[in-house]
Design a protein around this ligand. Sequence first.
Ligand code: HEM
Length: 469
Amino acid sequence: MELISPTVIIILGFLALLLFFQRKNLRGPPCIRGWIPWIGAGFEFGKAPLEFIEKARIKYGPVFTVFVMGTRMTFVTEEEGINVFLKSKEINFELAVQKPVYRTASIPKNTFLTLHEKLYVTIKGKIGTVNLYQFTGQLTEELHEQLEKLGTHGTMELSNFVRHLLYPVSVNILFQKGLFPTNERKIREFHQHFQAYDEGFEYGSQMPECLLSHWSKSKKWLLALFEKNIPDIKTYRSAKDNSVTLMQTLLDIIEMERNEEKSPNYGLLILWASLSNAVPVAFWTLGFVLSHPSVHKTIVEGISSVFGTAGKDKIKVSEDDLKKLPLIRWCILETLRLRAPGIITRKVMKPVQILNYTVPSGDLLMVSPFWLHRNPKYFPEPEVFKPERWKKANLEKNAFLDGFMAFGSGKYQCPGRWFALLQIQICIILILYKYDCSLLDPLPKQSSLHLIGVQQPEGQCHIEFKQRK
Ligand code: HEM
């Protein structure tokens, strides 16, 4: 029998050593296991996921994995991990969001992957910085129309107040003028179903629809609304300038790619994207401004100096006027910093090294803008509402402050961010121009129930408004 030569033994020994060290390097992050549902009944992660992330970081370190309902979610909380999240070629956006998109809007994987890039580029072009100021006039007009309906004075719950302004404004501008109902009963129905869909969105993105009958009913109602109206949306032309809306442009692409049967589903997705964050951000911005008397006073003085004090006029807002009122924009950004989305996510395509750990392919990599914005290295006194910190940002060049991630980051950063900022800015100007406003309740705390999207208020808060004399 032939003996194994010493050279082969040395090579085998060397390979074994290599394997041993590789294995050591292949150590995954600390993993928090258990039968913990993503959200809903049960343990800590389900009860208050936002707080759970921070507690887990303190206990397990800057990289940790949560294993939930068969899904591994690896959270990265410090610079090195965040750099991998933002820059690695092995990290993918589309495959991370495809399943939630399927569950919440019933858009199948193939359709989503075929259309995503084209639709993203189109949204960015249509409502991004290049074309943004075309919307100033439309936003001002639509907001005046909705403010008129509020009359000369009143008291309302603040979330409701903001929804009554922004739901119709967004729908009429981004989809089709007149698509938002004008009849009281139908308006109520829209509010009820959109709110139910939005509130259940996070559960809906994780669980089969059959387990969420209330949510599913509202989803179907909204899909039926689009099914009925897609033909009209397609053919509508603005009486003023014959221009087409964002949704019309998207419908052309969907049709060109022969996916028109999914048009209502994309309608639903864009509706949710355009309202779910912008409305609570407008709520919190107004809330913060009204509960900081010196900020409120400076803003009202600024508005009076640009537009005068007669609250009855239908003022026009121009790009130049907006530049004269930077404090309002800083307040919105500071609000976004404090109420930022709980998480954004990507999928790991090939194992990536972060600190001493190897995060395996298939993991969802998670970054929390909400907690990042509380890093004192980037934002000293992180819990304090300090709009003046935004003075340093180069907003003229469309840059935010370092460490700011409320709109996500990288290739697929939110394409609606400039439109959202403009819309909220004009909304605050027109409200505070027309009305003397005050809060009748303390501003509620943020709820820590949700990770997707910006934080919602935990309770109610009423606003009193009286037309300025
Ligand atoms: C203040 C309001 C808003 C906030 C905080 C916000 C935030 C975000 C975030 C965090 C993402 C994920 C980005 C990532 O993972 O890197 C996103 C995506 C998106 N947002 Fe916004 N958003 C807002 C308003 C809007 C508006 C008004 C629109 C209008 C249509 C919009 C359309 C979208 C779309 C279509 C995507 C998905 C992009 C893709 O699939 O690649 N958003 N947004």
